[in-house]
Design a protein around this ligand. Sequence first.
Ligand code: NAP
Length: 340
Amino acid sequence: MHNIQVQLAKQPDGNPKASDFQVVKTDIPKVADGQFLARNIYLSLDPYMRGAIAGRHMGHQRLNQGDVIYGRCVAEVMESKHKDYKAGDHVVLEAGWQQFYVSGGEAADEIRKIDASIAPLSANIGALGMPGLTGWAGVEKLANPALGSTFVVSAAAGPVGGTAGQIAKAKGCRAVGIAGSDEKCRIVVNEYGFDACVNYKNKNWADELKAACPNGVDTYFDNVGGPMLDTITQQLNLYGKIIMCGLVSQYNRATDGAFHGHNMGPFVGKRAQLLGLVVYDYYAKMNEFMKAAVPLVNAGKLKFHEDRAEGIEKAPDHFVKLMNGQNNGKALVIIAPEKA
Ligand SMILES: NC(=O)c1ccc[n+]([C@@H]2O[C@H](COP(=O)([O-])OP(=O)(O)OC[C@H]3O[C@@H](n4cnc5c(N)ncnc54)[C@H](OP(=O)(O)O)[C@@H]3O)[C@@H](O)[C@H]2O)c1
């Protein structure tokens, strides 16, 4: 039995291309005392990986040719010589873009045991995983939006934006999404249950947003940055909050490319509160998040839409699609069937 890995072929220049990656067959390492072998089932593809590969993301070393690409997986323990894990356990761990991974249980592997009976396994890298925790923390721990207030979120069809908007809606807010296609807006309104969604590729999208937010914007959960942030800030109510979560419009820049600059005047004029969000600050609150989110999932108030590709060798193309904004929902790769 072999292990198929996806490694870096060369550093992407601008938007990543499939040829920046190489698919390689390797051996599966032997399991030593204190280790376990994980069979990866689902691989999460996330926008931060673009910066992580380039060494521009918190705590990630720049990758070199031949390095396995960073990535979090839902996995099953196949064989264990580790006291805390036994064969058959399900875990989420930082296993990289590959079929198998041997872990010594180190902190860097960010291992979390998961209960396969609570929700679909794949949800543990989406709405019930890091992206969902991000959306929940932004709403509950930073924005704390008032009942009846208007909550706007960009990249609303994705796992962070979709979760944030649904949690705000469950708290009694008017939830308005912004997304890059009519199909994404359909998912946001018809599946996630937002009150409205605006396709920002429409020429008059700022007017459409104004119509969808008749009382102005109280909270903007920003996943995109760039000029969209400036446009939405103009519609922010006095003392409104902006949750600074992501800058996906700028992740594909060349290494030395410039960031979009903002005129800070409107932020001052609006007396806006700009609140930076980093999900790592909330990992210790995972249990609190699950206690809140699982009942919402069971009550049909927290739904998730997935964009799946099948086979580890499809990961590069699927990542390229994500980084071009063409994913509809949580981007993931099915590496292996749930049951071996
Ligand atoms: N702060 C934190 O700790 C933290 C943690 C997790 C994620 N995040 C951030 O949260 C955001 C959403 O993450 P996600 O996992 O839910 O991703 P996602 O929404 O599934 O995918 C990214 C989406 O970004 C949108 N986008 C807007 N401008 C883009 C551009 N120029 N190029 C490519 N895509 C563009 C696209 O949707 P549209 O077509 O709808 O625009 C695309 O589908 C990202 O910015 C991510 O980095 C932050």
